[in-house]
Design a protein around this ligand. Structure first.
Ligand code: BV8
Length: 249
C-alpha cells in the first residue's frame, strides 16, 4: 500500500461531513471470528453456511441449525473487538456524522462502542420464536433442543436474517438513505456477494460520493470503487485515523 493513496483517503476523511460505512465479516476476522465464507472448522466443516442459514434448513433439522448458532455464539462471546472496530468508533467521535451499517451478526461493533450500528442481518445473540418472532431473552432449558417460546410454545431460533428472508425494512431504508446522503463511503471486509446489502455501495457511487473499499482481496465491487485499499482493516483503519487526526489508537 503506497502512502500516497492512504494520505489522500485520510484527507478526504478529515474533511468529510457525512460518512457512511458498510462492514462485512472481514472486519471481525482479526478478532478471530471466522468469516462467513471461510471454511468452517471441525464438526461444521462438512456444512456450507449458505445451506444452514436458511428457513428450510431450520424446518428440516431445527436442532442442527440451533446448535450451529450456539457454536457461533460461543465463538463470538470469546472474541474481542479489534483495532478496526475501535477505529470506526474514533471516526464517529471525530466526524459530524458517521452511519455504520453492518451485515455482521456478531455484535462486535456494539461491544466496541458503535451503539447505533444498523444491523442488516440481525444479531445471533438475540433469540426469537419461529412462529411469531416473540423476542425471548430467557427460556426453560429442557432436554428438547431448540427450546420453545415461553409465550406461544413455538421453536426458538436466532434473530438473524436467513437466505430467502427479507431484511428488516427500517434498517434497509436507513442504510440506503445514508448511502444516498453521504459525502464519503467505506465498504470494509465484505465480499460484496450478498444482496441487497451489496447494492448499498452502488447507491453511494450513484450519488457521486467517493467509495473506499478495504479488503485484502479484490471483490466484484473493486472495479467500481474510487479507492481500493488492499489489506486488513485492523491495520488500515487505525492508520487512516492516525493520518487524518494524528490520533494513535
Ligand atoms: C433477500 C445472517 C428477498 C445469517 C446472512 C441471486 C442473485 C442475487 C441475489 C440472490 C440470488 N439468489 C438469492 C439471492 C438473494 C440472497 C443472496 O444475496 N444470495 C447470494 C449469496 C447470491 N439474499 C437473500 O436471501 C437476502 N434476502 O434477498 O430477501 C428475497 C426473499 C425471498 C427470496 C429471494 C429473495 C438475505 C441475505 C442475508 C443472509 N444472512 N447472515 C448468518 O450469519 O448465519 S448473510 C452472511 O453473508 C453474513 O451476514 C455475512 O456478513 C454476509 C456477507 O458475507 P460477508 O460479510 O461479505 O462475509 P464473507 O465471508 O462473504 O466475506 C468476508 C470478506 O472479508 C472477504 O471479502 C475477505 O476477503 C474479507 N476479509 C478477510 N479478512 C479481512 C477481510 N477484510 C478486511 N480485513 C480483514 N482482516
Amino acid at each position: 500500500m503506497e502512502m500516497g493513496i492512504l494520505q489522500e483517503v485520510a484527507d478526504l476523511l478529515r474533511r468529510a461531513q457525512r460518512v457512511a460505512v458498510l462492514t462485512g465479516a472481514g472486519i471481525s476476522a482479526e478478532s478471530g471470528v471466522p468469516t462467513f465464507r471461510q471454511a468452517q472448522t471441525g464438526l461444521w466443516a462438512q456444512y456450507d453456511p449458505q445451506e444452514l442459514a436458511t428457513p428450510e434448513a431450520f424446518r428440516r433439522n431445527p436442532r442442527l441449525v440451533w446448535e450451529w448458532y450456539a457454536w457461533r455464539w460461543q465463538l463470538v462471546s470469546q472474541a474481542e473487538p479489534n483495532p478496526g472496530h475501535f477505529a470506526l468508533v474514533e471516526m464517529a467521535r471525530r466526524l459530524p456524522r458517521l452511519t455504520l451499517i453492518t451485515q455482521n451478526v456478531d455484535g462486535l461493533h456494539q461491544r466496541a462502542g458503535s451503539q447505533d450500528a444498523i444491523e442488516l442481518h440481525g444479531n445471533l445473540q438475540r433469540v426469537k420464536c419461529y412462529d411469531h418472532a416473540h423476542a425471548v431473552t430467557t427460556w426453560e432449558e429442557t432436554a428438547e433442543i431448540p427450546p420453545r417460546c415461553p409465550i406461544c410454545g413455538s421453536l426458538l431460533r436466532p434473530d438473524v436474517v436467513w437466505f430467502g428472508e427479507n431484511l428488516p425494512l427500517a434498517a434497509l431504508d436507513a442504510a440506503f438513505a445514508a448511502a444516498r446522503e453521504c459525502d464519503l463511503f467505506f465498504s470494509i471486509g465484505t465480499s460484496a456477494l450478498v444482496h441487497p446489502a451489496a447494492s448499498i455501495p452502488l447507491e453511494a457511487l450513484r450519488a457521486q460520493a467517493p467509495v473506499v473499499e478495504i479488503n485484502p482481496e479484490r471483490t466484484p465491487l473493486t472495479h467500481y470503487v474510487t479507492y481500493f485499499l488492499m489489506g486488513p482493516s485492523g491495520q488500515l483503519l487505525p492508520q487512516l485515523v492516525q493520518l487524518a487526526w494524528g490520533q494513535r489508537l
